[in-house]
Ligand binder design. Sequence first.
Ligand SMILES: C[S@@+](CC[C@H](N)C(=O)[O-])C[C@H]1O[C@@H](n2cnc3c(N)ncnc32)[C@H](O)[C@@H]1O
Length: 357
Amino acid sequence: MPRTPDPERLQEFAGSVFHSLQGAMTSAMICLGDRLGLYQALAGGEAVSSEALAQQTGLSERWLREWLHQQGAAGVLEHRGEERFALSPEAEAVLANEDHPAFGAGWFSSLPQTMGVLEELPEAFRTGIGLDYDALGAEGARGVERGFGAWFRSLLVPVALPRVEGVVEALGRGIRVADVGCGGGVALVEIAKAFPASEYHGYETSQHALDRARANASAAGLENVHFHDVRQEPLPEDGRFGFVTSFDCLHDMPDPVSVIQAIRGALAEDGVWLISDIKAHDGYEANVERNPMAALMYGTSVLTCLSSALSEPGGLGLGTLGLHEQLARQLAAEAGFASFERLELDHPVNAFYVVRP
Ligand SMILES: C[S@@+](CC[C@H](N)C(=O)[O-])C[C@H]1O[C@@H](n2cnc3c(N)ncnc32)[C@H](O)[C@@H]1O
Protein backbone atom coordinates (compact mmCIF):
# COMPACT_ATOMS: atom_id res chain seq x y z
CA MET A 1 0.00 0.00 0.00
CA PRO A 2 1.45 3.44 -0.87
CA ARG A 3 1.87 5.63 2.22
CA THR A 4 -0.21 8.79 2.65
CA PRO A 5 1.95 11.93 2.48
CA ASP A 6 1.47 14.89 4.79
CA PRO A 7 -0.19 17.52 2.50
CA GLU A 8 1.94 20.44 3.63
CA ARG A 9 5.20 18.56 3.39
CA LEU A 10 4.10 17.15 0.05
CA GLN A 11 3.73 20.63 -1.35
CA GLU A 12 7.07 21.67 0.09
CA PHE A 13 8.85 18.62 -1.31
CA ALA A 14 7.26 18.88 -4.77
CA GLY A 15 8.22 22.57 -4.79
CA SER A 16 11.83 21.73 -4.03
CA VAL A 17 12.02 19.04 -6.72
CA PHE A 18 10.52 21.35 -9.34
CA HIS A 19 12.90 24.08 -8.24
CA SER A 20 15.65 21.67 -9.36
CA LEU A 21 13.91 21.21 -12.72
CA GLN A 22 13.71 24.99 -13.03
CA GLY A 23 17.48 25.10 -12.43
CA ALA A 24 17.96 22.58 -15.24
CA MET A 25 15.88 24.75 -17.60
CA THR A 26 17.83 27.87 -16.63
CA SER A 27 21.06 25.94 -17.26
CA ALA A 28 19.78 24.95 -20.71
CA MET A 29 18.98 28.61 -21.46
CA ILE A 30 22.47 29.66 -20.29
CA CYS A 31 23.91 27.05 -22.64
CA LEU A 32 21.93 28.58 -25.53
CA GLY A 33 22.89 32.12 -24.53
CA ASP A 34 26.54 31.12 -24.47
CA ARG A 35 26.43 29.29 -27.81
CA LEU A 36 24.65 32.19 -29.51
CA GLY A 37 27.02 34.81 -28.08
CA LEU A 38 24.13 36.59 -26.35
CA TYR A 39 26.01 37.41 -23.15
CA GLN A 40 28.79 39.01 -25.20
CA ALA A 41 26.11 40.96 -27.06
CA LEU A 42 24.74 42.17 -23.71
CA ALA A 43 28.17 43.00 -22.26
CA GLY A 44 28.51 46.64 -21.29
CA GLY A 45 25.31 46.65 -19.28
CA GLU A 46 22.97 48.58 -21.54
CA ALA A 47 19.32 47.49 -21.10
CA VAL A 48 17.97 46.08 -24.38
CA SER A 49 14.64 45.01 -25.80
CA SER A 50 14.23 41.84 -27.85
CA GLU A 51 13.93 44.02 -30.97
CA ALA A 52 17.24 45.74 -30.25
CA LEU A 53 18.96 42.43 -29.48
CA ALA A 54 17.55 40.93 -32.69
CA GLN A 55 18.89 43.84 -34.69
CA GLN A 56 22.29 43.58 -33.02
CA THR A 57 22.67 39.81 -33.42
CA GLY A 58 20.67 39.04 -36.57
CA LEU A 59 18.69 36.42 -34.61
CA SER A 60 14.91 35.97 -34.56
CA GLU A 61 13.14 38.50 -32.33
CA ARG A 62 10.40 36.11 -31.17
CA TRP A 63 12.91 33.50 -29.95
CA LEU A 64 15.05 36.13 -28.28
CA ARG A 65 12.00 37.56 -26.52
CA GLU A 66 11.17 34.20 -24.91
CA TRP A 67 14.82 33.68 -23.96
CA LEU A 68 15.03 37.16 -22.38
CA HIS A 69 11.81 36.49 -20.45
CA GLN A 70 13.27 33.25 -19.09
CA GLN A 71 16.58 34.87 -18.15
CA GLY A 72 14.78 37.75 -16.44
CA ALA A 73 12.42 35.41 -14.57
CA ALA A 74 15.39 33.33 -13.42
CA GLY A 75 17.32 36.39 -12.23
CA VAL A 76 20.20 35.80 -14.65
CA LEU A 77 19.43 39.11 -16.38
CA GLU A 78 18.06 42.20 -14.66
CA HIS A 79 14.68 43.42 -15.84
CA ARG A 80 14.89 47.21 -16.16
CA GLY A 81 11.21 47.78 -17.07
CA GLU A 82 9.32 47.84 -20.38
CA GLU A 83 10.70 44.42 -21.26
CA ARG A 84 14.25 45.67 -21.41
CA PHE A 85 16.90 43.42 -19.92
CA ALA A 86 20.50 43.99 -18.85
CA LEU A 87 23.58 42.08 -17.72
CA SER A 88 24.90 43.18 -14.31
CA PRO A 89 28.70 43.57 -13.97
CA GLU A 90 28.74 40.35 -11.92
CA ALA A 91 26.75 38.42 -14.53
CA GLU A 92 29.10 39.80 -17.17
CA ALA A 93 32.13 38.37 -15.29
CA VAL A 94 30.52 34.94 -14.89
CA LEU A 95 28.83 34.63 -18.30
CA ALA A 96 30.56 36.90 -20.81
CA ASN A 97 34.17 37.50 -19.87
CA GLU A 98 36.14 34.38 -20.77
CA ASP A 99 39.28 35.75 -19.07
CA HIS A 100 37.71 36.63 -15.71
CA PRO A 101 38.64 34.13 -12.96
CA ALA A 102 34.92 33.83 -12.09
CA PHE A 103 33.96 32.93 -15.70
CA GLY A 104 31.59 29.96 -15.51
CA ALA A 105 29.64 29.77 -18.77
CA GLY A 106 32.10 27.18 -20.07
CA TRP A 107 30.56 24.62 -17.71
CA PHE A 108 27.18 25.18 -19.35
CA SER A 109 28.44 24.95 -22.93
CA SER A 110 28.84 21.16 -22.89
CA LEU A 111 25.57 20.54 -21.05
CA PRO A 112 23.99 18.62 -23.99
CA GLN A 113 26.98 16.25 -24.06
CA THR A 114 27.12 15.93 -20.26
CA MET A 115 23.40 15.15 -20.12
CA GLY A 116 23.62 12.98 -23.26
CA VAL A 117 25.31 10.20 -21.28
CA LEU A 118 22.04 9.79 -19.33
CA GLU A 119 21.02 7.42 -22.13
CA GLU A 120 23.99 5.18 -21.37
CA LEU A 121 24.27 5.44 -17.60
CA PRO A 122 21.51 2.95 -16.69
CA GLU A 123 23.74 0.32 -18.31
CA ALA A 124 26.71 1.54 -16.24
CA PHE A 125 24.65 1.07 -13.08
CA ARG A 126 24.02 -2.54 -14.18
CA THR A 127 27.54 -3.45 -15.28
CA GLY A 128 29.52 -1.19 -12.93
CA ILE A 129 31.60 0.12 -15.88
CA GLY A 130 31.41 3.83 -16.68
CA LEU A 131 32.39 6.07 -19.60
CA ASP A 132 35.66 7.92 -20.08
CA TYR A 133 35.88 11.60 -21.03
CA ASP A 134 35.83 10.86 -24.76
CA ALA A 135 32.20 9.75 -24.36
CA LEU A 136 31.43 13.48 -24.03
CA GLY A 137 32.78 14.12 -27.55
CA ALA A 138 34.82 17.06 -28.80
CA GLU A 139 32.36 19.55 -27.30
CA GLY A 140 32.75 17.87 -23.90
CA ALA A 141 36.53 18.41 -24.04
CA ARG A 142 35.93 22.03 -25.05
CA GLY A 143 33.55 22.50 -22.12
CA VAL A 144 36.08 21.22 -19.55
CA GLU A 145 38.76 23.41 -21.12
CA ARG A 146 36.56 26.51 -20.97
CA GLY A 147 35.43 25.61 -17.46
CA PHE A 148 38.94 25.54 -16.00
CA GLY A 149 40.65 27.76 -18.60
CA ALA A 150 39.82 31.15 -17.10
CA TRP A 151 41.63 30.32 -13.84
CA PHE A 152 44.68 29.05 -15.73
CA ARG A 153 44.78 32.18 -17.88
CA SER A 154 44.28 34.67 -15.06
CA LEU A 155 45.84 33.23 -11.90
CA LEU A 156 48.06 30.20 -12.48
CA VAL A 157 51.21 32.02 -13.58
CA PRO A 158 50.97 35.34 -11.68
CA VAL A 159 49.45 34.07 -8.41
CA ALA A 160 49.77 30.32 -7.93
CA LEU A 161 53.25 29.47 -9.25
CA PRO A 162 55.12 32.10 -7.19
CA ARG A 163 53.64 30.46 -4.07
CA VAL A 164 55.38 27.16 -4.85
CA GLU A 165 58.90 27.60 -3.53
CA GLY A 166 61.66 27.36 -6.14
CA VAL A 167 59.42 26.71 -9.14
CA VAL A 168 59.50 30.12 -10.83
CA GLU A 169 63.34 30.21 -10.64
CA ALA A 170 63.64 26.66 -12.00
CA LEU A 171 61.19 27.35 -14.85
CA GLY A 172 63.18 30.47 -15.72
CA ARG A 173 66.47 28.51 -15.79
CA GLY A 174 64.93 25.76 -17.94
CA ILE A 175 63.58 22.42 -16.72
CA ARG A 176 61.29 19.72 -18.05
CA VAL A 177 57.65 20.07 -17.00
CA ALA A 178 54.85 17.48 -17.18
CA ASP A 179 51.13 18.11 -16.81
CA VAL A 180 49.38 14.81 -16.13
CA GLY A 181 45.71 14.71 -17.16
CA CYS A 182 46.39 17.89 -19.12
CA GLY A 183 42.99 18.18 -20.83
CA GLY A 184 43.08 20.87 -23.52
CA GLY A 185 46.56 21.95 -22.46
CA VAL A 186 45.65 25.48 -21.32
CA ALA A 187 47.72 25.25 -18.12
CA LEU A 188 50.84 24.10 -19.99
CA VAL A 189 50.36 26.71 -22.71
CA GLU A 190 50.13 29.47 -20.10
CA ILE A 191 53.26 28.30 -18.25
CA ALA A 192 55.14 27.79 -21.53
CA LYS A 193 54.32 31.33 -22.70
CA ALA A 194 55.71 32.74 -19.45
CA PHE A 195 58.82 30.52 -19.23
CA PRO A 196 60.11 29.76 -22.74
CA ALA A 197 63.40 28.24 -21.53
CA SER A 198 61.64 25.12 -20.23
CA GLU A 199 60.28 22.09 -22.09
CA TYR A 200 56.68 20.95 -21.64
CA HIS A 201 54.90 17.61 -21.89
CA GLY A 202 51.18 16.96 -21.43
CA TYR A 203 49.87 13.45 -20.75
CA GLU A 204 46.26 12.51 -21.43
CA THR A 205 43.99 9.60 -22.27
CA SER A 206 41.27 11.62 -24.07
CA GLN A 207 41.80 11.91 -27.83
CA HIS A 208 39.46 14.91 -28.01
CA ALA A 209 41.42 16.69 -25.28
CA LEU A 210 44.74 15.83 -26.99
CA ASP A 211 43.46 17.26 -30.29
CA ARG A 212 42.48 20.49 -28.55
CA ALA A 213 45.76 20.64 -26.63
CA ARG A 214 47.85 20.33 -29.82
CA ALA A 215 45.71 22.95 -31.56
CA ASN A 216 45.99 25.33 -28.57
CA ALA A 217 49.79 25.01 -28.39
CA SER A 218 50.11 25.51 -32.11
CA ALA A 219 47.79 28.56 -32.06
CA ALA A 220 50.04 30.04 -29.37
CA GLY A 221 53.06 29.41 -31.65
CA LEU A 222 54.76 27.16 -29.08
CA GLU A 223 57.24 24.56 -30.30
CA ASN A 224 58.47 23.39 -26.91
CA VAL A 225 55.11 21.91 -25.81
CA HIS A 226 54.40 18.25 -26.62
CA PHE A 227 51.39 16.10 -25.90
CA HIS A 228 51.28 12.35 -25.37
CA ASP A 229 48.58 9.73 -25.28
CA VAL A 230 49.63 8.20 -21.98
CA ARG A 231 48.28 4.79 -23.03
CA GLN A 232 50.82 4.70 -25.89
CA GLU A 233 53.58 6.77 -24.29
CA PRO A 234 53.62 6.40 -20.51
CA LEU A 235 55.48 8.80 -18.23
CA PRO A 236 59.24 8.11 -18.34
CA GLU A 237 60.65 6.56 -15.14
CA ASP A 238 63.99 8.37 -15.20
CA GLY A 239 63.27 11.36 -12.96
CA ARG A 240 63.65 13.82 -15.83
CA PHE A 241 60.91 16.26 -14.77
CA GLY A 242 61.65 19.16 -12.44
CA PHE A 243 58.00 20.13 -12.12
CA VAL A 244 54.87 18.00 -12.48
CA THR A 245 51.31 19.28 -12.27
CA SER A 246 47.97 17.48 -12.13
CA PHE A 247 44.91 19.69 -12.18
CA ASP A 248 41.49 18.26 -11.25
CA CYS A 249 42.12 14.84 -12.67
CA LEU A 250 43.33 12.31 -10.06
CA HIS A 251 39.77 11.69 -8.85
CA ASP A 252 38.74 10.97 -12.48
CA MET A 253 41.33 8.26 -13.01
CA PRO A 254 40.48 4.56 -12.82
CA ASP A 255 43.92 3.83 -11.32
CA PRO A 256 45.24 6.96 -9.57
CA VAL A 257 47.58 4.84 -7.41
CA SER A 258 49.59 3.71 -10.46
CA VAL A 259 49.55 7.25 -11.88
CA ILE A 260 50.91 8.67 -8.61
CA GLN A 261 53.65 6.02 -8.61
CA ALA A 262 54.46 6.93 -12.23
CA ILE A 263 54.67 10.62 -11.25
CA ARG A 264 57.08 9.68 -8.45
CA GLY A 265 59.28 7.85 -10.99
CA ALA A 266 59.14 10.72 -13.49
CA LEU A 267 60.00 13.45 -10.96
CA ALA A 268 63.57 14.51 -10.17
CA GLU A 269 64.77 14.09 -6.56
CA ASP A 270 64.70 17.89 -6.18
CA GLY A 271 61.51 18.24 -8.22
CA VAL A 272 58.05 19.35 -7.12
CA TRP A 273 54.53 18.09 -7.87
CA LEU A 274 51.62 20.54 -7.71
CA ILE A 275 48.21 18.90 -7.28
CA SER A 276 44.88 20.62 -7.50
CA ASP A 277 41.78 18.63 -6.76
CA ILE A 278 38.28 19.34 -5.53
CA LYS A 279 38.05 20.64 -1.94
CA ALA A 280 36.56 17.40 -0.67
CA HIS A 281 36.06 16.13 2.86
CA ASP A 282 36.26 12.68 4.34
CA GLY A 283 32.78 11.19 4.06
CA TYR A 284 29.29 12.12 2.93
CA GLU A 285 28.22 14.01 6.06
CA ALA A 286 31.26 16.30 6.09
CA ASN A 287 30.87 17.00 2.36
CA VAL A 288 27.20 17.92 2.69
CA GLU A 289 27.74 19.99 5.83
CA ARG A 290 30.72 21.95 4.51
CA ASN A 291 30.05 22.19 0.79
CA PRO A 292 26.97 24.11 -0.35
CA MET A 293 27.52 22.67 -3.84
CA ALA A 294 27.62 19.03 -2.69
CA ALA A 295 24.50 18.03 -4.66
CA LEU A 296 25.92 19.63 -7.82
CA MET A 297 29.16 17.77 -7.28
CA TYR A 298 27.68 14.35 -6.58
CA GLY A 299 25.59 14.78 -9.74
CA THR A 300 28.65 15.81 -11.76
CA SER A 301 30.36 12.78 -10.35
CA VAL A 302 27.76 10.32 -11.65
CA LEU A 303 27.68 12.02 -15.07
CA THR A 304 31.44 12.48 -15.54
CA CYS A 305 34.00 12.01 -12.75
CA LEU A 306 32.89 8.75 -11.15
CA SER A 307 31.95 7.46 -14.59
CA SER A 308 35.50 8.11 -15.82
CA ALA A 309 37.02 6.68 -12.63
CA LEU A 310 35.05 3.45 -13.21
CA SER A 311 35.58 3.36 -16.98
CA GLU A 312 37.97 0.40 -16.66
CA PRO A 313 37.30 -2.84 -14.80
CA GLY A 314 38.68 -2.61 -11.25
CA GLY A 315 38.60 1.23 -11.31
CA LEU A 316 39.10 2.81 -7.89
CA GLY A 317 36.07 5.04 -8.50
CA LEU A 318 36.98 8.03 -6.34
CA GLY A 319 34.62 10.47 -8.10
CA THR A 320 34.32 14.24 -7.77
CA LEU A 321 34.44 14.38 -3.95
CA GLY A 322 36.56 11.28 -3.49
CA LEU A 323 40.10 12.69 -3.17
CA HIS A 324 40.05 14.49 0.16
CA GLU A 325 43.27 15.79 1.68
CA GLN A 326 43.92 12.82 4.01
CA LEU A 327 43.62 10.36 1.13
CA ALA A 328 45.82 12.45 -1.16
CA ARG A 329 48.41 12.59 1.64
CA GLN A 330 48.24 8.85 2.17
CA LEU A 331 48.52 7.97 -1.54
CA ALA A 332 51.48 10.34 -1.97
CA ALA A 333 53.27 8.86 1.07
CA GLU A 334 52.65 5.31 -0.17
CA ALA A 335 54.20 6.25 -3.53
CA GLY A 336 57.35 7.47 -1.76
CA PHE A 337 56.79 11.22 -1.46
CA ALA A 338 58.27 12.56 1.78
CA SER A 339 56.74 16.03 1.87
CA PHE A 340 53.08 17.05 1.44
CA GLU A 341 51.87 20.60 2.15
CA ARG A 342 48.54 22.24 1.56
CA LEU A 343 48.86 25.50 -0.34
CA GLU A 344 46.31 28.11 0.69
CA LEU A 345 45.09 29.62 -2.59
CA ASP A 346 41.77 31.33 -2.99
CA HIS A 347 39.73 29.06 -5.29
CA PRO A 348 35.99 28.39 -5.23
CA VAL A 349 36.21 24.62 -5.63
CA ASN A 350 39.81 23.45 -5.59
CA ALA A 351 42.35 22.60 -2.92
CA PHE A 352 46.08 22.73 -3.78
CA TYR A 353 48.89 20.52 -2.50
CA VAL A 354 52.65 20.85 -2.98
CA VAL A 355 54.31 17.45 -2.89
CA ARG A 356 58.03 16.63 -2.94
CA PRO A 357 60.13 13.42 -2.92
C1 LIG B 1 38.35 17.21 -15.34
S1 LIG B 1 39.48 16.92 -16.60
C2 LIG B 1 40.77 18.09 -16.20
C3 LIG B 1 41.63 18.41 -17.39
C4 LIG B 1 42.69 19.51 -17.15
N1 LIG B 1 43.67 19.13 -16.16
C5 LIG B 1 42.05 20.82 -16.76
O1 LIG B 1 42.21 21.21 -15.60
O2 LIG B 1 41.38 21.41 -17.61
C6 LIG B 1 40.22 15.38 -16.18
C7 LIG B 1 41.10 14.81 -17.28
O3 LIG B 1 41.81 13.65 -16.79
C8 LIG B 1 41.99 12.80 -17.91
N2 LIG B 1 42.39 11.46 -17.47
C9 LIG B 1 41.61 10.48 -16.93
N3 LIG B 1 42.37 9.38 -16.66
C10 LIG B 1 43.65 9.69 -17.01
C11 LIG B 1 44.89 9.00 -16.94
N4 LIG B 1 44.98 7.75 -16.48
N5 LIG B 1 45.99 9.64 -17.37
C12 LIG B 1 45.94 10.89 -17.86
N6 LIG B 1 44.79 11.60 -17.95
C13 LIG B 1 43.66 11.01 -17.53
C14 LIG B 1 40.65 12.86 -18.59
O4 LIG B 1 40.69 12.39 -19.91
C15 LIG B 1 40.32 14.34 -18.50
O5 LIG B 1 40.75 15.06 -19.62
